[in-house]
Structures are given as C-alpha cells and as structure tokens.
Ligand binder design. Structure first.
Ligand SMILES: [Zn+2]
Ligand SMILES: [Zn+2]
Length: 380
C-alpha cells in the first residue's frame, strides 16, 4: 500500500483498550483498568494508526494508578512507549531525515507531543522538557484525546507525532529498556560522565539499570550500583556494573564507607539517583566526592521532603546537584541508534521482560508495583 492510501476511513471499527477510569480501582471489576471497545478515529491529514506490537508497564503507570501525578486527564489509556506497525497513514508522515514512512513499517514514536518550539522554555531556556504545551501519550493525553495510550491494539498517531523506524532493533530488546532508555541517557548526559569516571547509580529499577549501561558506554572506568533485590543487582552487573550492593543489608554510613573504599576514599565522581525515595537524594550527595556531580532523576512524583546539611553536604563539598526532567526527541532517537549496535543490544538483552496479554494488564500492573518484574510488556 502507498503512504498516501486513499482509504483512510475507519468508520465502525473499534480498538480494544485497557482504560484506567481514575486513580485507585474504580473500574466495574474493582481493579485499576477495564477493557473497553473504542471507535477507531477518522484520520486527520498527516496522521496514522499504529497497530501495537508491544507496550510497557513502568513505575509511572503505578503512579497513575495511585493518583500520584498531577494533571492526568482520567480516564486514560496508559502506555507511553510502544512499538508497532504503521497500519494506516493518511497523507504523509516523514522521519527526521525527511523520508516518508510507509504502511507496514515497524516503528516506535516519541511519546512527547506538541513541544511548541516557540515558548520561553523552548527558545530561551532551551529546556523543551519544561515546555508548558507538552503532552505525553499515556500520561497527559486522556481518552477524550482518542486512542492515545499503548495498552490497546491501536494507537492514534496525531499529526506531528515523531516516528522512528525500528529496522535492525529487536522490539523486545528495545522495550526491555523502554521509557528508561531516553530518561537514563538524559541523566547520564546531565551528569557529564566522562572517560575514567567512577559513576555510582542509586537504584536498580529500569532507569538505574539503563543508567549503569549508558555510563559504561560513555566511558566510565568504574560503575557501582546500590539497589535491591539481588536479581536486579545481578542484572546491573551484567549490564556493566563493576560492583553492586544490596542497600537492605547495611545502614547508610556503611554504604558510604563501601563507596569510599572503592573510590580511593573520595566518593563517586558522579552519582545518579534513580530510586524514587527522597532520602536517597541526600545519600547521593554524601556518597559523591568533593566537587563531583549529582543527578536527581528518580523523583518523578512527590514523595515528600528530605533534609540535608547545606554546609557539609553541599557548600563545603563544592557539589554540583542537577535535576533531570523527562527527555526529548534527541534522547529517544539516539537511544534507538545505540540499540542498533550489537554492544548496546547485548547490554539491554540482560533485562528479561515478562509478557502479558491486554486482558491481564491489571496483573502486569500489580507485578510492577510489587517489584516482581523489572519490566512488564503488554502484548495486545
Ligand atoms: Zn514550548
Ligand atoms: Zn515509563
């Protein structure tokens, strides 16, 4: 079929979607999500319908279930990073090289949409992840915006959505990293990880694991990981960590000594916090060497405050502490370019996702919430 297919009407047909009506478990089943039949949209010019091959369940979806994110337009179809086949295209959609995409192409798409490139944040601060116009599939787009989440057999790719061809990238390897890939790449770059650095990663969830792998790829001489449980630490080692410590086995002061013992008594050059626990931010500051860098990427929702000593933990240490919010097209694109390489694909293939059919999405969500799986994939 040509990219400018004449038949773009989808009248009467429906997609099956897992809808989260609101936070908690308000569905008729008493569980967080319920399956609904959603009419397929009539495609706007230069839009497309994606037949979903794989979508993912990540910590953000647990936050959505728990109502921990502001500005979520429930009911929503969760699932922000997905892979699929372009099923129907109306008009022309192109990749960043200007090449038209074709029906049948296997692609992923940037979940962030409508970054405006005309506001103060986009143009003056050059911080597009703080653009107020920004919308995210599966998070800040809701059911009122159409099929805008990956927990469905079809996703509507609105005009302007950026697609990337997945030639040469195994879907499961990419989705094993999923949304953690651009997030962790952004965090590692925010930390200015450079050749010879010792990088400490706090947390062994998807973002922590991806931060370990990207740190090694960026030239860190040594990567340490503090997290739990043991199978995730084994995964961290397989993805490039030289040493990994189960934080449940010792108090903070001993963990700090562990880091210092491995860093000539100084502390890590760069620490990347990927835990979701506020106290870990203070620990990150204490585990880092004087004049080192700390990146905070694990505080995606508000879990409250933490205290630190401004003299000892920050000022006197001459420490550079940087927040890291979201990711942009560049991180997404370059993540996939990396996964086209054998050495990166080998690293992420260490994450073994568990697959769930769409009808078992509540089980997938429960397994991620309980930490039973590093990554759950939805197979519509
Ligand atoms: Zn903007
Ligand atoms: Zn995510």
């Amino acid at each position: 079929m040509s990219a400018a297919s004449a038949n773009t009407s989808t009248s009467g047909a429906t997609a099956t979607a897992a809808v989260m009506p609101g936070p908690g478990a308000p569905g008729e089943s008493g569980r967080p999500c319920e399956l609904r039949e959603i009419p397929l949209p009539d495609l706007e010019p230069d839009s497309a319908l994606l037949k979903v091959e794989l979508s993912e369940v990540c910590g953000t979806d647990v936050h959505l279930r728990d109502g921990r994110l502001a500005g979520v337009p429930y009911p929503i179809i969760p699932g922000h990073v997905s892979v699929g086949l372009l099923d129907k295209i109306r008009g022309t959609i192109t990749d960043v090289y200007g090449q038209p995409l074709r029906e049948g192409d296997r692609v992923t798409f940037l979940d962030v949409h409508k970054t405006c490139n005309r506001c103060w944040y986009c143009l003056v601060a050059k911080a597009s992840t703080r653009c107020p116009q920004r919308k995210v599939y599966g998070i800040t787009y809701g059911l009122d915006d159409g099929l805008t989440g990956g927990w469905a057999d079809y996703v509507y790719l609105k005009p302007g959505v950026r697609c990337i061809r997945m030639d040469g990238v195994p879907s499961e390897t990419f989705m094993a990293g999923g949304c953690s890939l651009p997030t962790a790449m952004h965090a590692v770059e925010r930390g200015d990880v450079t050749f010879g650095d010792t990088v400490l990663v706090l947390g062994a969830g998807p973002i922590g694991l991806s931060a370990v792998a990207f740190s090694t790829l960026r030239g860190a001489a040594k990567v340490l990981c503090i997290g739990a449980p043991s199978d995730r630490l084994a995964c961290a080692r397989a993805m490039g960590a030289d040493d990994a410590l189960d934080f449940t086995t010792m108090p903070e002061s001993e963990r700090r000594d562990w880091v210092r013992d491995l860093t000539g008594g100084r502390g890590a050059d760069v620490t990347i916090e990927c835990t979701g626990v506020p106290e870990a931010v203070t620990q990150a500051m204490r585990f880092t060497r004087d004049a080192g860098r700390v990146v905070v990427v694990g505080q995606y929702t508000d879990h409250g405050e933490t205290s630190f000593n401004p003299h000892r933990d920050l000022n006197k240490k001459h420490l550079d502490v940087r927040g890291c919010w979201g990711s942009d097209y560049s991180h997404f694109h370059r993540s996939i370019e990396m996964l086209r390489t054998e050495r990166a694909a080998a690293l992420w293939s260490n994450i073994k996702p568990r697959r769930y059919p769409l009808a078992e999405v509540n089980d997938a969500l429960a397994a991620v919430a309980a930490g039973e799986v590093v990554k759950a994939l939805i197979v519509p």
